[in-house]
Design a protein around this ligand. Sequence first.
Ligand SMILES: *Cc1c(COP(=O)(O)O)cnc(C)c1O
Length: 475
Amino acid sequence: MDENRQAQLKQLPGVDRILEFGADEGHFDHIPKSVLIPAIRSAIDALRAQIIESDVPPDSSCFSRITLVAEVKKQAGQTMALKLRRTVNATGVVVHTNLGRSLLSPVVMGNLAAISSRYSNLEFDLKAGRRGSRYSAVEGILCELSGAQAAMIVNNNAAATLLCLDTLATGQEVIVSRGELVEIGGSYRIPDVMAKSGAILKEVGTTNRTHPRDYENAIGERTGLLLKVHTSNYSIVGFTAAVSLPDLVSIGRRHGLPVMEDLGSGTLVDFSKYGLIKEPTVQESLAAGVDVVTFSGDKLLGGPQAGIILGGRRHIDRIKANSLTRALRIDKMTLAALEATLQLYRDEPQAMQQIPTLRMLTLPLPVIQGRAAELKSRLERIPGARLKVELLDISSKAGGGSLPMLDLPSRCLGVTVDGTSVNAVERWMRSSNPPIIGRIENDQFIVDPRTLQEEELDIIEKAFADMLAVGTHGR
Ligand SMILES: *Cc1c(COP(=O)(O)O)cnc(C)c1O
């Protein structure tokens, strides 16, 4: 190592010295000690590495008080920044599992804040003046909206199916069509959940065709349950046959066996009324006579993460009595958000407007086109003339394993930046504050306005403006 570098290493200040620098003017007053000391150490380490490794040793300004204090503050800021961050969803996937699935509406947020920042009657019966059930807040409205006799809620739909299988079929065979042995993202697989519950999977039929006689032939002494799974994230097309829920219910009745349906995305609204593909509704499953139906709270329902179980009183009572419920129970924030979301469903037009998931899924194309045109002209006004924006008629997706065959017509922006690769554009957007998540298609950065919220056009415009102001960012 040359003399110059050795001299610089000797010049490196120690932790105490930097602490003094900061203390003089109160620079570090708002940084907890547990964060500050490691931040100082990593600032020193970074400087040492620069001296030893870089081709050109750092100039003396790097050793100045101001630079060192700024570096420590930057490091501490990174440590203390919240890791779970608001993110802009420019993918057009409405129920995006990786980006938080459903957004809560302001009305729902109001109730969530009010309940969770104060004491509540979470498990207190105000009429009787004694301990009550936490599920009573939503059981009534769930039954009112769906036509069910009874309801139970747990943490998510995976927990709901586990709990139902564990209650209704432990040690017994559960008959499922081979066409319905689904895997949902995040390692949820019907056969695995079945194994965990202690139920024994009995597959019938084939991947593409299952007939009533397949179920009939499989029913025996050890059969405990007939299960139907809504194949919500794929569809089998061509030479296919499946047993409808009403037919499965009549087979169950004939043999004295309960029938359960895992509806997955579970909607209370008939989407075909809004020009979308028909998705089976919760009401239809119950009207068909299913004994138990389960679905997610944060997919097409558009509420908080939850697993909703509806069905006949006798089965739901058994499910409630299962000791697993204690391990799967929802907290008061979920309950507050779920109750407020369900209230909106009493007036369907209101639900369609106020529940963000429903609003985005049924957003009229002209509204999306208007947003796309506005964003395009805003981006084209950014000085530098390096941005090229094209309007593309490509479709959005419902997502979250919902409405798999559905393409929602949309109008997207395809952005390219002269002198910058599309991968670098994507990376810049993703590391913006707040991060903007889009997708790459045909060497363009695609922004789908369907899933953009208020003021997010501003955020995207600013991110592009900053990018062009800073210059080229790799290829
Ligand atoms: C999404 C889904 C699940 C899992 O629901 P979570 O609420 O994510 O736990 C289970 N079954 C089906 C059919 C699904 O679509």
